[in-house]
Every structure is written in structure tokens, then in C-alpha cells.
Design a protein around this ligand. Sequence first.
Ligand code: DON
Length: 590
Amino acid sequence: MHRTYAISLGMLLFLATPLALAKPPQHDAIPGSALDATAPPTTRQALAAAKPVTARHAMVVTAQHLATHVGVNILKEGGNAVDAAVAVGYALAVVHPCCGNIGGGGFMVVHLKDGKNLFLDFREKAPLAATTDMYQDKNGKVVKARSTKSYLGVGVPGTVMGLNAALKKYGTMSLAQVIDPAIQLARKGYILQQGDVNILHERTKTFAESPKVASIFLKDGKPLQVGDRLVQPQLAHSLELIRDHGTNAFYHGAIAKQLVKSSQAHGGILSMQDLADYTVKWDKPVTCKYRGYTIVSAAPPSSGGVTMCEIVGILRPYPLRKWGYGSVKAVHYFIEAERRAFADRNTYLGDPAFVHNPIAKLLSAKHAAKMRSTIQPDKATPSSEISGSLGPAEGMHTTHFSIVDAHGNAVSVTYTLNYLFGIGKIAGNTGIFLNNEMDDFTSKPGVPNSFGLVQGKINQIEPGKRPLSSMSPSLVLNRQGKLFMVTGSPGGSTIISTTLESMINVIDFGMNAQQAVDAPRLHMQWLPDVTMVEPGLLTKATKAKLEAMGHHFRDIRSWGADEAILRNPKTGLLEGANDRRRPSGLAAGY
Ligand code: DON
């Protein structure tokens, strides 16, 4: 596949002048060093108070405090990080039902104490009856909400097989041991806190559309409130079936039958064959070096690892630390690197079982140099001058969790229903919310989706194919190959920025784990040609300078929820950080 760059006269003139690049900075990040004066004073003040939770042996960080406790208990009972991850994965389906799931899919990245790094792909697949144009009407027009709200949006779920496969291969406990906390939480219920109801309240209307959902997630038709107990007996029963019959319960047995029956009853295309054919895949994670550290992240069908690695490949020679967090130069070069890497992402990446992903080329030094040669030091490159085919759509809700055990194993998981509560429907009497992951595919090349993104052909729907994802569960290893950081986030395409910025905030800007996840972020994805920015990242003066260079900004209140763990090289302690944007979450360890 070829891609040409439309190069302006200005760029040609620039290319003719030699690039004066700084020597690649190599340093050890000492988390907690002072924030640079380039950040706005209010941000410096807020971040000065941001302290991570510390622990000597093990740490769990999730977006819901009860799930965090489940993970810590498993570790204290002698389980390893994989045991804890599977327990947390099931628990979040109960206590963080918007996003934690068994009706969706995701990715797991594992670092084993012996130094091995693994990637597990349990992303949903398109049903066998799926067709390229299934979201278009007779006239070729994309039908609104067909891929997001109807049963046609449901991909074949992968979470149950993924969690169980991880447990079987690298866990030490039985499925009954790790799934039991989730069963208890579903059966006995749990008391809702403000962070929980904030999320539930976003979908009151959707819950009301389905009596079955309303009977669990509304009280007499009204939203649940802080202090209410959320009990999910049907979900408890499904979890018990999984406990007793394993993966088979979901892909062949009683749950499979319910999933198919409810799909057929509501115009969906899910079949028993789809579930029987579903597979998860162990693969090599994507890795790259950055300032002496090794980033280990999700491989295609996630675009996360490749895109983050391409961005740091471009950024490598630039002295971000010297320039400072929130400085004109650091922001300019970060935006320009993202603009180029996202153009590549949207052009070249898709499910490797169906399309070739030219990873080695995209991550080569030659390609990074070529990308850098088109960046002008004092002028934004309009995205229209960077060609490529257009990118995939992303939903808005997902969840990430990070776990480190006392033996030196680490697990990083991001999994999702895509939208909050997926299509917002529960299958039969399973208590299981169904995903709308099919919306991550191309509905029609060239037509913007609900998020304003226009999708390319490489990610078109094909039976059995997995939609391209941005989920980026990641690890960072130090120069000795030992675990340094675990990180990841929800947020659709912004996941890539959020996750990478959490690393750069530590490695380049010397932030501690809490500062790194709390710090205001930015995101540029090539198209649209606008950089999303959270308040507090740019001073007025910095923003004005960048705008004068041709950058366009849109203020976004907040996005993502990075759940990170760091091993502080100075103290040897683990630092856990739950994102301030997800108040229901918790970092805890021992
Ligand atoms: O796989 C993806 O990239 C999307 N389905 C993830 C959706 C998401 O992160 C929404 N999060 N807030």
C-alpha cells in the first residue's frame, strides 16, 4: 500500500535546511521531582499535592474500589498477578457494569517474573453472518445507531474465554476461587457510592427502554442513588454457571443458548456457531525502546502499541524534559508526532488475521526520521497535508486495571463493552450486558461515525474479523528488563494519548505515578485537524503561541481513567495511582 505526502512549499524550504536535533536524552526517571515551571501555576499546585498510594510488595489499581479489594485479597491469599487479574476482571463485570464485562472483550499484557512478556487477545469477533455493508440501508446510507444500539452491533464476546485462558496458563488458583468474590458481589449486592451513581445516571434513559434492565438498574423507574444496594441475581447465576462449567457454559452451554436466543429475538445475527468458533490468541506484545526503557504493549488488532511506539520513535531525539511539561515546544512536537502516527494507524492497521500490518516498517528508525523530516519547528502541519486513508471509530467507555504481585509478575488489562453498558441491553436472563464493539469497524468508507471519525477500508467488516481497537494495556521495563510501570486507560482513540502521556510524564517530566495520571492531557488523531486539550495543560500565553503556529484546540473537560503502578527506583516501593477522573476507583496494596 502506498501513501503519498502532499508537501507544501514551506515544508520543502524547511526540508532543505539541516535538522539540528539534540542528542537523545538518556536518564533515569526519578518519580516525584519538581514539575517544570512551564505548567500553569494552578496545575503545578494541584499536582504538588498528588501523592500515590505506596506499598512494598504488591499493588492493585482498578476503576472501582471493591474490585481493587478483590484483587488485593487474592494476592494476600497467595494468588499471583494473573489470579488477581482474573478475579478483578470478573468482579468489575459486577461492580463496574458500564465497562467491566463478560459480554465484551479486551487485551491483557503480562510480564512474568522470569522476564517473559505476553500478549493475550480476547477482542470480540464479527459474527459469521456479518457483512461489510450491514450498517447501510438499501441506498448505501449508514443507518444511525444500528451499530451502537441494536443487536446487530454485538460482536462475539471474548472476555470469559480470555480470562479463563489466562488463569489456566499462568494462574495458580482454581476458577471457583477467583470467580467467587464476583458471585458474592452480584448475589448479595453492594452499596453504591457517588462515583458509581455518576456513571449509572448517564444511562437512565437507556435503562428505562428495557424492562429487564430497568428492573435491576432503576428503582421504581427512578435512578439509583448513593447508599442504594445494587443486586444482580441473574448475573450471579451466569457467573455460577461459568464457575461450574467453565468456558463451555458461555460458548456452548446455557449462557450461549440465551445469548443466541435473545439476539435472534431482537433482529441480531449471533449464532451458536459464532460462539463455538470463538478463539482467543496468545501473541507477542509490541515493544520499543524509549530513553533506555522498554515499552511493552498491545499488538494488532489493537493499534495501541504500534501507535505509541511510532510516536516515541518520532519524539526520541527531542529534549522534552528540557522543554518542560506544557511548554510550547513539547506540546508542538507531541502533536506533530501524534498527527503522523495516527495517520499511519488509520491507514495501515487492522486485524492481523485478515490484513497485513507493516509493523517493522512503521517502527523503523528510517520511518521515524522520515516523519520527523516533515515536522516544522515553528508551524503546525495541516492534517490535510498528511494523506492516508481515514480512521476507525471509537466509543467512549471502557476500563483498565493494573496489578503487580510480590513475585515480580505484572498484569495490565483493558477490556470493554465499547459504549457505557454496550448496546444497553441484557441478553435473556443472563444479567449480561452486550457489547457494541462492531461499531469499531468501518460502517462505510468515507462516512463519519457518531464521533466524527471517518473510517477506512482496511478495517471493514468481515465474518470472524476483529475490529481495530485503541486499547493499550501497557508495561514499561527499566534498563535491566525489570518492571518499572504498568499503565492503561479507557477513552476510545484518546486511550493511546492518555497511556503514552502517563509514561512520558514519568520518564520525561519526572512526575510520580499520581501526578502522571492526574496531569491534564492532550490528544491529536490526525483527523479532525484539532487537538483536544484538558484545562490546565496550557497557559493562555502558551496556547496563543501554539495557535499562532497554526494549531487548533478544543477544550475537553476530561477524559480517560489511567490506572497506573510504578516501581520507584529510589525507594523500591510500588506507587499506585487511581485517576482523579474516576472517583470510584482505588489503588491499594500491601
Ligand atoms: O477498542 C476500542 O478502541 C474501543 N472500543 C474502546 C472504547 C473506549 O475506550 C471507550 N472508553 N471510554
